[in-house]
Design a protein around this ligand. Structure first.
Ligand SMILES: [Zn+2]
Length: 556
């Protein structure tokens, strides 16, 4: 099929399937779509400044948004998002002119002077208020005003899905990342340390006993991964020799955990960088370094600034999501959240509905990590074990353009879809080239899921659109039916419970034997003999492919 047609069909099918289910509001559309008031300007840079007051749970600050005009004819109105109860106090255009604005819920319509296409401008937006607080970070979002074990302030923010406008004003849509990076300045009492993305640029002491720490990233960044961490942090660092050269690694942990962290964290981080640079190519942000920062919540994939709250032990706070025991032998948060540096931060989806690109690939990065460190058998066992977490209650892809987030199946089921695709290719070198190629081709870009599908299909020479459609837009598990015609030495096979045209190839392998079949909804057959018949053992197939296998007594 042509380059552009199958993703298009795929999207149409999805829209029809999911939009029937839920009623969305005008506010959802304002939040989740490229409105006319968003379309005409492209964010170039965010320079954010915030002063959190721990006792009052109050924040104030500004975001200076530098942008370029990208449309000739456009409304002289700009949509800025800031969620209640925070409010915008004032807006200054190009350092001199005060702009008027009106509020519609969590959206501000800002009147701007006429501006020419290609011209660059800035708006400095001052805000203040008692911000929304996270109740169960990182699963909901907002500010966390926690206390460490010694009862001292420990603050941060989480806001994936909910959106960065929960704590600072911005253009809150994943498709527009600041091309020239961002800075975050945090003004805090002088005995607290403040850490953010990238590298620390400067520290300024103020007469009132507060200190400002300014941090900066050079790379484009998702606005939901720009995050402050404020607490009694201590730091240690090292240099890792990666495939692009020297990479600065920094660890920021609470002062009383410093010795424990020094013993524990570097080994996990070296293992992850070895494994992921092997499978995915170079760490995407050498310029900004890599950093782990201790948090009270479990963890989040903040770009070059990964949150860590996994208690310095293997598993996911002591649990193994695969049930095999293998998951307890490495730190789930360090591996998974850092995997997002490639899928999520380097490659970011335009629409939250395509979040499976972030989570399915990062879920599968766990299996690939095991493959690198322990070998293929362990990796297959782990991946098979994670299927216990698949619910198949609703499709992975929800509605587009309304900031909707899909089923949690995007993690283990998405990972199992990729596992199936990998084995259907039967060429790990090709599979690795696809993963690395994605990260090079779409470096620092925002994408649609259909572009990722298209790339995988082109690079592998096989159209996987029906495979994506089956696993992402339905809850049906494909079933492979088998029937042995022993007298004639034939194995008959076909798929049921599939979308029209589902065509996942199956490569069935033993130590010396190999059979490749491409089942469809019609019976087909392959010659077998008593030495290779075992390749059709259901468990062998199910371990490599996320399908059910059924042996039939007859072909009716
Ligand atoms: Zn994740």
């Amino acid at each position: 099929m042509s380059k552009t047609i199958y993703p298009f069909i795929f999207i149409v099918l999805i829209s029809v399937a999911v939009n029937a289910q839920k009623q969305f509001t005008h506010a959802d559309t304002l939040r989740g779509s490229i409105t006319p008031e968003r379309a005409w300007w492209d964010v170039m840079r965010y320079d954010i400044s915030v002063k959190p007051d721990f006792d009052k749970k109050y924040t104030s600050g500004f975001n200076k948004i530098s942008y370029k005009v990208v449309q000739q004819d456009h409304p002289n109105v700009m949509q800025i998002d800031l969620q209640q109860p925070l409010v915008i106090d004032s807006i200054i255009y190009d350092k001199k002119q005060s702009l008027s604005f009106s509020r519609e819920g969590d959206v501000y319509h800002v009147k701007t002077p006429p501006q020419k296409i290609e011209s660059e401008h800035e708006v400095k937006i001052y805000f203040s208020g008692k911000p929304h607080e996270a109740i169960r970070a990182p699963w909901d979002g907002g500010w966390t005003f926690a206390k460490d074990e010694k009862g001292r302030p420990w603050m941060t923010v989480t806001c994936q899905g909910l959106g960065a406008s929960i704590w600072y004003p911005n253009k809150d849509h994943q498709s527009d990342e600041p091309d020239h990076g961002a800075s975050l300045t945090m003004r805090v009492p002088k005995d607290l340390m403040a850490v953010a993305n990238g590298r620390m640029l400067n520290k300024t002491e103020h007469k009132d006993g507060t200190v400002s720490y300014k941090w900066c990233v050079e790379n484009p960044i998702s606005n939901y991964t720009i995050i402050p961490y404020i607490g009694y942090y201590k730091n240690f660092s090292e240099v890792y020799t990666g495939i692009k050269g020297d990479l600065d690694l920094n660890y920021w942990v609470l002062d009383y955990n410093l010795e424990k962290a020094k013993d524990y964290m570097p080994t996990e981080v070296h293992n992850l960088l070895n494994a992921f640079e092997y499978w995915f190519g170079p760490y995407p942000f050498y310029e900004d370094g890599y950093k782990l920062v201790e948090t009270e919540h479990t963890g989040m994939e903040h770009q070059s600034n990964v949150s860590y709250g996994n208690w310095y032990a293997g598993g996911y706070r002591g649990r193994d999501l695969s049930g095999t025991g293998l998951g307890l032998t490495w730190d789930f948060i360090i591996i998974h959240e850092s995997g997002h540096e490639w899928f999520g931060n380097n490659i970011t989806t335009n629409d939250l509905a395509d979040m499976y690109i972030h989570e399915s690939f990062t879920n599968y990065s766990e299996t690939l990590f095991l493959d690198y460190v322990y070998g293929e058998e362990a990796a297959n066992d782990y991946n098979y074990g994670t299927r216990a977490g698949i619910k198949n209650d609703k499709p992975i892809i929800p509605a587009y353009d309304v900031n909707a987030q899909g089923s949690g199946d995007m993690y283990p089921k998405g990972g199992n879809m990729l596992h199936s695709i990998r084995h259907s290719m039967d060429d790990d070198k090709l599979f690795k080239n696809v993963l690395t190629g994605l990260n090079i081709t779409f470096h620092n870009q925002t994408v649609d899921g259909s572009e990722i599908l298209e790339y995988i299909s082109e690079k592998s020479g096989y159209d996987y659109s029906k495979v994506f459609e089956q696993y992402l837009t339905t809850t049906k598990i494909p079933k492979l039916q088998l029937y042995i015609d022993a007298p004639n030495s034939k194995m008959f096979y076909k798929y049921t419970n599939i979308v029209d045209g589902f065509n996942l190839p199956l490569v069935l392998k033993g130590d010396e034997e190999k059979i490749k079949i491409i089942p469809s909804s019609e019976w087909q057959s392959v010659d077998i003999h008593h030495k290779n018949q075992y390749l059709f053992t259901p468990w062998r197939i199910e371990r490599m492919y996320y399908i059910d296998v059924e042996l039939l007594d007859n072909r009716d």
